[in-house]
Write a protein that binds this ligand. Sequence first.
Ligand code: SAM
Length: 297
Amino acid sequence: MSENAWVAETITPGIRVEYEATRIIARRRTQYQEMVALENPVFGRMMFLDEAVQVTSADEFMYHEMLAHVPLLTHGAAKQVMIVGGGDCGLAEEVLKHRGVVELTQVEIDPDVVEFAREHFSAMNARAFADSRFRIEYADAAKYVAQTEQRFDAVLVDSTDPIGPGKALFTEEFYRNVRARLKPGGVLVAQCGMPFQQRTHFAAAMHALSAVFPIVTCYLIAVPSYTSGHMALAWASESLTPAIPLEELKRRAADVGLETRYYTPQVHLAAFALPPYVTELLPEAARSARINEGVFR
Ligand code: SAM
């Protein structure tokens, strides 16, 4: 090991993943969480909250592209979009690539994370801050969705894991309030952890969603800094399924003029192919609805 400091991710009992810090950029306690930012030889700039990796400059495109473009291109006409959490603001930049989006409201609990990301992760978020369609509300999103009268075509949950302030974003009550805020044809997409490493957390989130929405499934991405293979992004809606013909998806992506490094219409559809070890963690209703099979018909 080198002389440099090493910072550990410890969110899963039994696993400790360490990252070399060639430079510690910040280590501080915000009002809500413990924040560390560092430089790493492989991942570039990394941000941790409560000892969990949140974002890295090298692989953020994988996560943010798939969290934004899969729901927005499938919906096809989203005008009002909400991001829940998303403090690094890399997701906002992807959403704003869609010219049809009229208003993007991001509800983030921790102003310190946003200010810090604005200063140190500007390569992934400067364009969002320069865009007049983008507005940040500082609030607990669980309370915000219970109170707001706004309606959204898409709600994208870019949260921390279900510890600390993120816990409230994985409850049935939160999902129920989101459903009430969705316009007809609207969709909720939410990061739901790693089905292998965070099996219980993933299954609980999918069960809670199933208690609220008639259409519930997930799609998978692989992001190197989220260790242990697949990460699941939940898909939930009252009426919008993820089934869309490849040619239509290609047409919509071309209309938007997307330039991406992970997302393609083919990767989009393929992400809905679920291995049985994931399907078996879905609630019975989601399994028997065979929603993902519809994507490949
Ligand atoms: N991609 C990330 C990951 O590793 O899962 C998540 C990134 S983003 C930094 C997560 C954000 O969710 C943080 O900035 C955190 O402050 C915010 N957050 C956590 N709980 C929240 C809540 N109840 N309401 C609003 N924002 C919340």
